[in-house]
Design a protein around this ligand. Sequence first.
Ligand code: NAD
Length: 489
Amino acid sequence: MSGLVDFRNIVAGRTVEPRDWFESIDPYTTTPWARIPRDGAEQVDAAVGAASIAFRKGEWAELTPSKRGLLLHRFADLLAERAGALAAIETRDNGKLLVEARAQLRYMPEWFRYFGGLADKIEGRMLPIDKPGMVAFTRREPLGVVAAILPWNSPLQLLSWKLAPLLAAGNTVVIKPSEHASASTLAFVELFEAAGFPPGVVNTVTGLPDEAGAALVAHKDIAKIAFTGGEAGGIAIYQAAAAALKPVTLELGGKSANIIFADANLDSAVNGVVAGIFAAAGQTCVAGSRLLVQRPVHDALVERIAALAAPARLGDPSDLATQVGPIATEAQWSRVNNYVDIARAEGAELVLGGASPDRAGWFVAPTVLTGVNNGMRIAREEVFGPVLSVIPFDDEEEAFELANDSPYGLAAGLWTTDMARTFRGAERLQAGTLWVNSYRAVSYMAPFGGYKRSGLGRENGQEAIEAYLQTKTVLIDPDARVANPFSIR
Ligand code: NAD
C-alpha cells in the first residue's frame, strides 16, 4: 500500500489497469498524494482504437442529433451533482483555490447544456447550383477522433470547452490531461458512462508529454488536435499536425494589457487589476500582466493596488478564506521567481512582493513591478504567476500602441468612462477578448481565443462547434444524363 490515491484511465467504457504509474504532487504540501497511470504508445493506440470504433459504427454513430444532445444534458445534470467532489480533487491536485474550483465547476454544466442544445441544429444548405437539372446540398459532418490535450491550471474547465462542442458535433475523443493535474479529469470522465454515453466515445490517456503526449499527437487515426497549453508545446504539436495534415485548435499563452485611463472609475479598476493578475496566483492564460496606466493616476493607482494586494491571505487552497494559493509545480515556482530577478536586473522597481514569502511551499506573494518599459523581458514574456508589470502612458494613441506591441493577443482590459474611446479600443486593440470596465469574465456563449501568438481558432459560442465539423458537398443528377466524359460539367 502506497498510501496514495490511485486514479485510472477509462478506455472503451472500462477502467484500464496501468502498465506503470507516476506520482502527482499536492502543491500545498509539496508531497505526492495520488498515483496516475504512466501511458505509452501501446495505451494510446488502444484508446484511439476504441474511439475510432465508437466513431465509425454502433450506438454513437447511429444516434440522432437530438438524442446526442439529450446525453449532453444528462451529463450536465450529473456534473452539477458531483461539482463539489470534483472541485476538491482539482484543488488537491493543482493547488487551485477551492473557492474558484467550486465556482468553475458550478458553472461548467452550462457548457454541456448549451452545446447539447446545438447538437440538433447543425444544418447543411441547399445550394442554388448553376448546373441545370442538378441538385446540390452540403452536409455538416463530424471529423472523427479528436485528441484533447490540456494544461494544469484549470483542467476541467478547459476540457469542457473542448468536450461539449466536439461531442455535440458527433465526434469521439481521447483526452490527455496535464501530467501535473490529471486526477480531476479521471474522476470527471467516469460520469459519461453514468450519463448513458456509449463505450469508446470518451477515453483518456495520461502521462508525460514525450510519451503519451507525443504518441497521441502522432497517431494516424487522430483527425484533429485541440490543445490548450504553453507556446513550446503548441508549436511542437502544430508542427507534428502539419506533417500529418491535421487541423488544430491552439489556445496558448498571453501577455495581456490591462489599460487604465485617468477618466476610469478607479475603485472598480483597482479591483479589476487585482482580480486580473492575482486571482489563481496569476496562473491564468488571460492574466492581465501588463498594467498600462495613464500618468496622472499612475502613482495613486499603484499605491491602491499594493494596498489591496499586500494583505492577501496566502495559504491552504482548500481553506475558503485563502486568497492566494501555491504555484502548481516547483519548476513553475522557480520560473516565476526567476522572472522577478530578471525584471529587477533590467531596471524594474519592486514595490510589492518579490521573493517567495517567508513560509514553506511553492508560494509567490502578489508582486508589483514599476518602472517597466514595454521592451523588457518581463513585459514581453508570459510569467504565469502573480507578477504585475506597470507601464505608464500619456495618451490614448500611446496606450493602444503599447498594448498592441506584444507577440501575444489573448485578452485586453480597458478601463474608461469615455464611450467613444471604448469603441475605438474595440476596433484597435489586437486581442481575442476585450473586457471594458471588467476583467476575466468568460461565458459558454462568447467566443474565446487568441490573436497572434496566443493561438489559432476559437472555443465557446456558436462558432466553437464549427471547429469540430467538416463540410461535404453532394451533387446529384436525378436524370443521370450521360455527359461528355472528357469535359467537366
Ligand atoms: P504545457 O504546454 O506544458 O502542457 C500542456 C499539455 O500538453 C500537457 O498535457 C502536456 O503533457 C502536453 N504537451 C506538452 N508538449 C507536448 C508535445 N510536444 N507533444 C504532446 N503533448 C505535449 O502547458 P502547461 O504548462 O500545462 O500550461 C500552462 C500554459 O497553458 C500557459 O502558457 C498558459 O498560458 C496556457 N494556457 C492557455 C489557455 C488558453 O485558453 N489560451 C488556458 C490555460 C492555459
